[in-house]
Design a protein around this ligand. Sequence first.
Ligand code: HEC
Length: 131
Amino acid sequence: MRWIAAFGALACLAACNTTPPTPDGAQLYDENCAVCHGRFAQGDGVLARDLPVPPTDLTRLAAKNGGVFPAEQVIAQIFGYPGRYQSNPMPEFGAVLAGRPVPYRLETGETVDTPAAIAAIVDHLKRVQTE
Ligand code: HEC
């Protein structure tokens, strides 16, 4: 019996941890965004020169917005709310990065439910802001 209990506990260690891992925003950025916006988010990805509109320098979003990181706008841009950005060469990532929503706290103090992967990318971008 003791063995069975021990085995059960071990199996549970492997399978019962159901909390999904927190997505790695830097890695998701590298995989989905760096090709256009550049490895360090300065708008100089390998595809940048081939696009009709230059990809934005994402390290200056706060600076261009009076020092406040515009999280809600960034979430909307990544998600590509249907119809809103159709004339924009940037792809919509709502479907690719869909999944478990987490409450994301905006600069206004409000929270919006955002897919965890998008929230992680937004946090990553927030960390790379420059003056
Ligand atoms: C195919 C190239 C491409 C990819 C991939 C891409 N973007 Fe973009 N992105 C652009 C372009 C081009 C613009 C500028 C659009 C404009 O000025 O109208 C832009 C604009 C933005 C903006 C708006 C900045 C502002 O001024 O408000 C944000 C935020 C952004 N991208 C984030 C991302 C993130 C995060 C990813 C990855 C999940 C990503 N982009 C992937 C091409 C791309």
